[in-house]
Ligand binder design. Structure first.
Ligand code: SF4
Length: 244
């Protein structure tokens, strides 16, 4: 952060407004992409199993490397059978803003990075043009680290098996703000079934960390309206301001 954060913030907001005007005015002919939705697992299903419990209770010095090492060649749930590789997460280990999505898609599975398909390209635009940050300044991960077959909704036992690693990533990064992308991620972290179009834009909290639910970029691609784009932009600006 520069020495004059207020000045920097004004600059970011000014450039973001330019981008917003362009973005809202553009329109798009992008094709819809299926966005799976998941039922909220019960509290029992969210309890980590013994093989992963140690991660979420580890000391303050927990690092992403340690979390990744503990994950190893994970076979804790059935999603391991269909994956090309584990998609652990990407970005700054000291990020002030941490994004959480649902799970890897086809491109993510092939490349081993989260949000690198069409929805990922939009997320990158939102971060870079909308927030004035580079993608490498934030941290991006998913609830489950392996691609569900055909991009189906992760099953409750799969979510339960992988969740401790998400919690551990959050614990390691210690972000100032969490941004959840879409309904499943918001529902999981908030512990309740949310209607994302109503929940978005409202500050919540996860383990003492401010949490901003917003729309999944795949949803925005599917419903590429000025209202949805404006809503996401508003949510990200709120997250950026809070993180600073
Ligand atoms: S989804 Fe998570 S728990 Fe399941 S195999 Fe992959 S890394 Fe392991």
């Amino acid at each position: 952060m520069k020495s004059d954060p207020l000045h920097e913030l004004r600059g970011v907001l000014a450039s973001s407004k330019v981008w917003l005007r362009e973005w809202i005015g553009e329109g798009s002919d992008v094709l819809p992409r299926h966005l799976p939705t998941a039922p909220r697992p019960s509290d029992d299903e969210l309890v980590p199993d013994r093989t992963t419990r140690s991660i979420v209770t580890a000391a303050e010095t927990l690092t992403l490397e340690a979390v990744r090492d503990d994950l190893g060649d994970c076979q804790r749930c059935g999603l391991c059978a269909g994956r090309t590789q584990i998609v652990f997460g990407d970005g700054n280990p000291d990020a002030k803003i941490l994004f959480v999505g649902e799970g890897p898609g086809e491109q993510e599975d092939l490349r081993g990075l989260p949000f690198v398909g069409r929805a990922g390209e939009l997320l990158t635009q939102m971060i870079e043009k909308g927030m004035g940050l580079s993608r490498s300044e934030v941290y991006i991960c998913n609830i489950v680290k392996c691609r569900p077959p055909g991009n189906r909704t992760p099953l409750p036992d799969e979510v339960a098996a992988c969740r401790p690693f998400l919690d551990a990533q959050i614990q390691a990064v210690k972000p100032r703000v969490i941004v959840t992308l879409g309904r499943p991620a918001a529902s999981l972290l908030l512990g309740e079934e949310v209607a994302i179009t109503r929940a978005r834009g409202t500050w919540r909290e996860y383990r003492g960390i401010p949490l901003m639910p917003t729309l999944h970029p795949a949803y925005v691609l599917r419903k590429y309206t000025a209202e949805n784009r404006r809503n996401v932009w508003t949510d990200l600006q709120a997250a950026l301001t809070r993180a600073r």
